[in-house]
Design a protein around this ligand. Structure first.
Ligand code: SIN
Ligand code: FE2
Length: 214
């Protein structure tokens, strides 16, 4: 049985922690349109492996759309209105992105979410994201909405302290995780992607994280 089918047998809405939920399959119907929009965004602002302040190239390739885009380089983590690679504004946020994010936030108990930034992550086999907090946004009253597409991955989710225990949550194509409120500063990460192939994305996993940055 494929991971996508297995995911269909799990409860649709899983409470991870206060303020944090997994909405299984919530983006399945929109997935083809979301992936077409990802291709359009990446044509204008190509995926690239950014460098951490410590000088290491991240294993995850990233791009952005929206009025602000998350970047990292030797100067640190921040949001920028323009793509540093081209000097041009990031591509506009596609309507299908905005609608899906607002609607998933609502389903998770966060009405009125209007993201101005979407970080698009592309994981190839072996790529991982070490546990971190999303804390570069101006107003932490807004939630984070995270959409998984393509290859499955193991998501790690903990509490507000780095030392805390991390739960492991398998995420499949179409799953959406929303965290905010008491969980807004939860540490989270992604374990190294296993090599496989998915009909929608080939050998990659695509993740969209929607934020209200400014
Ligand atoms: C992130 O923390 O920005 C991405 C999470 C994920 O890829 O599921
Ligand atoms: Fe994150």
């Amino acid at each position: 049985m494929t991971a996508d089918l297995l995911a269909g047998l799990l409860p649709v809405r899983e409470e991870l922690a206060p303020g944090a939920v997994v909405l299984r399959g919530h983006a399945l119907a929109a997935a083809p349109a979301l992936l077409a929009a990802v291709a359009a965004v990446a044509a204008a602002a190509p995926f690239r492996r950014m460098v951490t302040p410590g000088g290491f190239a991240m294993s995850v390739a990233m791009t952005n759309c929206g009025t602000a885009g998350w970047v990292t380089d030797r100067r640190g983590y921040r949001y920028e209105a323009a793509d540093p690679a081209s000097g041009r504004p990031w591509p506009a946020m596609p309507a299908v992105f905005r609608e899906l994010a607002g609607e998933a936030a609502l389903a998770a108990g966060y009405p009125g979410f209007a993201p101005d930034a979407c970080l698009v992550n592309r994981y190839e086999p072996g790529a991982r994201l070490t546990p971190h907090q999303d804390r570069d946004e101006r107003d932490l009253g807004h939630p984070i909405v995270s959409v998984s597409l393509g290859l499955p991955a193991i998501f790690q989710f903990g509490g507000p302290e780095r030392r805390g225990r991390l739960r492991r949550i398998p995420l499949a194509h179409g799953d959406v995780v929303v965290w905010g409120g008491p969980s807004r500063l939860a540490f989270h990460g992604v374990l190294p992607l296993a090599a496989d192939s998915h009909p929608a994305t080939g050998t990659a996993r695509i993740n969209l994280t929607f934020r209200r940055a400014l």
